[in-house]
Design a protein around this ligand. Structure first.
Ligand code: 26Q
Length: 778
């Protein structure tokens, strides 16, 4: 280890000509990255069989701490920096790698960590966006966005592989796809996989003739058009329907990735592509791959269409992440064919093959339209993905049930064997070992360190729920996490929070179905009750929100403004602010989550039942011992089942109940329930100001007035409001018994083993990728 330290110091000097004391965080990171990467074995080329994870998003966060942990160099690096009066916390000033929006992108990152740790050859393929998810700030409570210049301090974890570039053609635009490889180091560093992200570059960086004609703007035009392809991540996590550039982005990385994999396949000496490779499609974003693989097999391998289609249907597997109809990708057929003319014939042929199969299997012609990939002048990507894949999975038990029974019952009837469930998971290396060092140490001191690679070991904590000394130690860890968050907020926001309170946390993308507005209304309801002296035993609480809204999502932005107004009123009310504080964190990202989630006492998971496919923040908070306050939705159902309902707080209408409420009338609730009326009226009675923008009136109308395209309060905010507040107040009262509450927290931790992404990727490997981990399970 002495050597390693000398190595780092030498690197620092060679790379920067700065002494360790003078070197910046970015320079230290680069030296450490070089040193870390030099210790790990190379990626195994062409293994006997592998899987590729195609995803438009990889939300990696910061890699420095994770890579130091996984190579066993974390404390060595910490000691080294300490010698110069520095610490690993220094790296907090560096940018996150935020090439993703939210859950789906972070899931991809967790899977890569888990697969490498479990010895599964799974490689990531995606886009090297020049700008990741926008940075958020607020002016007068309104969200503003600025570009995320994540590369400004360099990218020391990736290698440019110029020699492995490929060309991609889209109509009359042809570009290079240049790969950047980030080694993915498993815990213990026995397995190294790769994440290959493609950057679009022009065939000619400069039009020489135009330049010499002094037409300077024209001289760079073609180059700019190419660079545009991988320039920005679309900041919407539902639809950004019909955007031509988005389709081009998808095709760009899919074509490049498939060309790359075919090249590797040829080197492998294997005969049959499907024997060597499974491609997992992370939602429909990369589903155009199905058509592109067929095209490549026909053109490059001279296969017949039928053979190529057969191969594609053996190679691909599709993960669905949503049942919301508006979030299912569809492309205008004309736009699709104009953008990707080389796929037109193949698209039609695949649609035709589908029809033949329907015919063959005796599906009545009247049913065909529901299946057709081309229908209504649109290309239905989910249909293409289901038809073109060997396996289709949902991401939580309830979600898979809704997928097969409600969203795609006809497909399920046709291919019952294709459908499976793979409940999501999270990596405990990042979300416990790194994010909550105090708790991680307590757990390891108590039951040993096996949980790092086998999370079900946490079951051994169960008996300690009744051990007062352990409860006390747990509560101290929770306290430390709160103090840590408070000082981090001081640093990021210039404002802190009191730490001697209950922390109630809702952190996730802003969406109507996630119901941040329900949370806000309930806080306001409680506020009024306290003011009126009706609630005298309320345990002082800090309500924390972290959320970004898609820039074009007006209502989501209105809700952000509303929460800011609510916070302003409550925090400035001297009679109530000792009991309640409301904070909206600025620019919630992976690094913020690492500080926030370990500090939560209550994990808010309050989506309208049936709408959240899984959720993964719920798992992160459970793992750190928060109690879930949630609906019977997504993975909450499995969380409550694992921990026991008595160790959490369930509320709200269930999927079945909602299905029966066809006559739901929010207006009568509004009329008959004064508490509901009072909070809803705050939108329009002058309690809060939307700065004259009219956005609060629009929220009000969405709750009470039927619009032409959907019914009033379609997320059942008012319907669940009273039950939610009641349940939340019960949790608040329970919290007063510190040890009683801690016991429940510990039982949650003990039951969280199932929610490791190690378990999830092992299931994918066994049931879909047909891969056996290449090392012994630890
Ligand atoms: C689609 C078309 C055009 C532009 C953007 C998009 C787009 C981008 C991102 C659509 C969806 C997303 C991301 C979706 C997402 O994050 N879904 C979440 O996935 C998690 C992992 O499975 C689940 O836990 C969450 O429940 C689900 O909401």
């Amino acid at each position: 280890m002495k050597d390693w330290r000398g190595h780092v110091s030498r690197l620092l000097w060679e790379q920067t000509h700065r002494s360790p004391q003078e070197a910046s965080a970015a320079q230290w990171q680069k030296a450490l990255a070089t040193a870390v990467l030099s210790t790990v074995p190379p990626v195994e080329e062409t293994p006997s069989r592998c899987a590729a994870y195609f995803s438009a998003e990889f939300l990696m966060g910061r890699m420095i701490h994770a890579n130091l942990l996984n190579t066993g160099l974390l404390s060595a690096a910490d000691d080294l920096m300490a010698d110069y009066g520095l610490s690993l916390a220094q790296f907090e000033e560096l940018e996150d790698t935020a090439l993703g929006n939210g859950g789906l992108g972070r899931l991809a990152a967790c899977f890569l960590d888990s697969a490498a740790t479990m010895g599964i050859p799974l490689h990531g393929y995606g886009i090297r966006y020049r700008f990741g998810l926008f940075r958020q700030h607020f002016t007068d409570g309104f969200q503003r966005e600025t570009p995320d210049d994540w590369l400004k301090n360099g990218d020391p974890w990736s290698f440019r592989r110029q020699e492995e570039r490929v060309t991609v053609r889209m109509g009359n635009l042809t570009v290079y796809a240049v790969p950047y490889d980030m080694p993915i180091i498993g815990y213990g560093a026995e397995t190294v996989n790769y994440l290959r992200l493609w950057q679009a570059e022009p065939l000619n960086a400069l039009d020489w003739d135009k330049f010499n004609e002094q037409k300077y703007d024209k001289a760079f035009l073609a180059a700019d058009e190419a660079a545009c392809l991988s320039a920005v991540l679309y900041p919407s996590d539902s639809t950004d329907a019909g955007k031509r550039l988005r389709l081009r982005q998808q095709y760009f990385f899919c074509s490049a990735s498939l060309q790359d994999l075919l090249r590797r396949f040829r080197r492998s000496g294997k005969e049959n592509l499907a024997d060597w490779l499974t491609v997992q499609l992370n939602d429909t974003h990369p589903a155009v791959s199905i058509l592109e693989l067929i095209r490549l097999l026909m053109e490059e391998e001279k296969q017949s269409f039928d053979d190529a289609l057969y191969t594609a249907r053996e190679v691909f597997a599709y993960t669905n992440h949503t049942v919301l109809p508006e979030a299912l990708e569809k492309w205008d057929l004309k736009l699709f064919c104009k953008c990707l003319p080389q796929l037109k014939k193949i698209l039609e042929a695949v649609d035709c093959a589908l029809v033949n199969e329907l015919k063959q299997r005796g599906v009545p012609t009247t049913e065909w339209e529901k299946f057709r990939i081309i229908s209504d002048g649109q290309v239905h990507m989910a249909r293409l993905a289901v038809f073109g894949s060997r396996a289709v999975n949902g991401v939580a038990a309830l979600h898979t049930k809704l997928l097969t029974e409600k969203l795609m019952p006809h497909w399920h009837a046709l291919y019952p064997q294709k459908f499976q469930n793979k409940t999501n998971g999270i990596t405990q290396r990042r979300w416990l070992a790194l994010a909550n060092p105090a708790l991680a140490k307590l757990i390891t001191d108590t039951i040993g360190g096996g949980w790092i690679t086998n999370l079900t070991e946490l079951e051994k904590l169960e008996p300690y729920a009744n051990d007062d000394a352990f409860c006390e130690a747990f509560l101290q860890c929770r306290q430390q996490a709160k103090v840590r968050l408070a000082s981090y907020m001081e640093q990021r926001e210039g404002q802190t929070i009191p730490t001697d309170r209950l922390f109630d946390v809702q952190a996730k993308r802003l969406h109507e179905y996630k119901r941040q507005l329900l949370n806000a209304f309930s806080i306001l309801d409680i506020y009024y009750q306290i003011r009126e002296g009706k609630l005298t035993d309320f345990v002082p609480t800090v309500f924390l929100f972290g959320a970004k809204a898609a820039p074009s999502y007006k209502r989501a932005k209105a809700i952000i403004k509303y929460i800011h107004e609510l916070a302003k009123m409550i925090n400035h009310d001297p009679t109530v602010s000792p009991y309640m504080q409301v904070r909206f964190l600025t620019n919630y990202d992976v690094s913020y989550a690492e500080k926030l989630l370990p500090a939560a006492d209550i994990s808010e998971q309050i989506s309208t039942a049936g709408m959240e496919a899984s959720g993964t923040g719920n798992m992160k908070m459970m793992l750190n011992g928060a109690l879930t306050l949630g609906t019977m939705d997504g993975a909450n159902v499995e969380i409550f089942a694992a921990a026991g309902q008595e160790n959490g707080y369930v509320f709200g209408a269930t999927v079945e109940e909602l299905a029966k409420k066809t006559d739901y009338d929010p207006k009568s609730l509004y009329k008959n329930e004064p508490r509901i009326r009072r909070v809803v009226d705050s939108l329009i009675d002058g309690t809060f100001s939307d700065g004259g923008s009219g956005v609060f009136q629009e929220l009000y109308d969405a709750l009470l007035k039927d619009a032409s395209w959907h019914k009033a309060d379609q997320y059942y905010v008012l319907g669940d409001l009273l039950d939610f507040t009641e349940t939340r107040l019960r949790a608040n009262r329970d919290y007063a018994d510190r040890f009683g509450y801690a016991r429940k927290c510990i039982r949650n931790i003990a039951a969280s083993g199932r929610f490791s992404s190690d378990r999830t990727v092992l299931e994918y490997a066994r049931d879909i990728w047909r891969l056996t981990p290449c090392k012994e399970e630890k």
